[in-house]
Write a protein that binds this ligand. Structure first.
Ligand code: AVJ
Length: 340
């Protein structure tokens, strides 16, 4: 499952659970919805896209003809696997830990893992995720496909996993693939990188996947596909709120809208209210009024340039060591090292 950030909307009163609330109501989700729908510019975090149905829809998105990032990164990793692995393995084939933040189904990582095994690298693969079941699925598929690989799944938040690894002897190589970094707001992104960087020692390495700026029409199409899978993915957030918070969003009265701002380099996605309507949220014991064509912002997906990536790293104490990209320069996996 892709990991996305959330800069939660700032302070609001605490969510109170009303009678009749769905029993599964997650207090963090309830609080988030209260805050996000109480703001003049409504917003919900893309972090909540990924329930079971949402994760399945994201799998479908990755197969879409318009959705180029996944298959392009796959190409980058395939084409450059030897050089990427050489950049991750420490000198003299020393033992090291390969930590992956947000491994998902690990399809892309397996390219690198196979290469590392082939090179007889002395590696322990440590996928990090807060979902134990996601990690168990990955670990068991790895036991079948690469029985000799040492796997050490870490059920933890990123920060906790890194803190735990800090005292570990030997190199840590961190993977943060899939342009998941694109979902962060710029300030949160900078904070996240600085926090990562703080946990690294000079010999550690960090490989991050970035979707690059390109023809704006191509980017826009990737988030507004002809089959409507991305629309279903976005709208599924409302289905989730109906189920988990006892909300009564009428799915027929909302639509998906997305646009790309080529000057900022960001895809912004919204849910648009097709008419004036009231939505009741049982878990919050209150209703929200929406005007016709009012929007709920649901996702930012930033696209980068190489100079921006250099600057991003520099501000977090990270130097770009190598850039691995495809022939069309659509996607880059960038290797960083802490600068002394
Ligand atoms: C999982 C964050 C990489 O931003 O491209 C795909 C999520 N949203 N289509 C992205 C997503 C709409 C995706 N990431």
């Amino acid at each position: 499952m892709p990991i996305t950030n959330t800069a939660p909307p700032e302070q609001a009163q605490s969510a109170t659970m009303a009678a009749g609330a769905a029993q599964t109501a997650d207090p963090a989700l309830a609080q988030h919805v209260l805050e996000g729908l109480s703001r003049p510019q409504r917003a919900l975090s893309s972090m909540y896209f990924y329930d079971d149905a949402g994760s399945r829809l994201f799998q479908q998105i990755m197969e879409l003809p318009e959705y180029y990032p996944t298959r392009t990164e796959f190409q980058v990793l395939t084409q450059h696997r030897a050089a990427i692995c050489a950049s991750l393995v420490p000198e003299n084939q020393a033992a090291f830990h390969l930590l992956e933040l947000g491994a998902g189904d690990g399809l892309k990582t397996k390219i690198l893992l196979r290469q590392l095994l082939e090179a007889q690298a002395n590696v322990v693969y440590a996928p990090v995720d807060i979902s134990a079941s996601a990690l168990e699925g990955l670990a068991s598929s790895l036991r079948h496909e690469m029985p000799t690989l040492q796997v050490q799944p870490l059920v933890a938040e990123y920060a906790a996993a890194l803190a735990q690894m800090r005292t570990q002897a030997g190199r840590k190589a961190l993977l943060f693939l899939g342009s998941n970094i694109g979902n962060f707001h710029p300030e949160a992104r900078q904070q996240f990188l600085a926090a990562l960087s703080k946990q690294l020692t000079p010999n550690d390495r960090l490989l991050i996947g970035f979707d690059l700026q390109k023809n704006p029409r191509q980017i826009r199409a990737a988030y507004d596909d002809a089959q409507g899978v991305t629309a279903a993915f976005n709208l599924n957030l409302l289905t989730r709120l109906n189920r988990e918070l006892g909300a009564d969003f009428d799915l027929g009265q909302w639509e998906h809208f997305t646009d790309y701002d080529p000057q900022v380099g960001v895809i912004r996605s919204y849910l648009v209210s097709r008419r004036a309507q009231q939505v009741h949220v049982a878990a919050l014991g209150r209703s929200f009024a929406f005007a016709a064509w009012e929007t709920i912002h649901t996702e930012n997906s930033y696209k980068f340039t190489l100079p921006q990536i250099e600057a991003l790293g520099a501000a977090a104490g990270l130097a770009v060591q190598q850039v691995f990209t495809d022939e069309q320069n659509w996607f880059a996996d960038v290797l960083f090292a802490p600068h002394r």
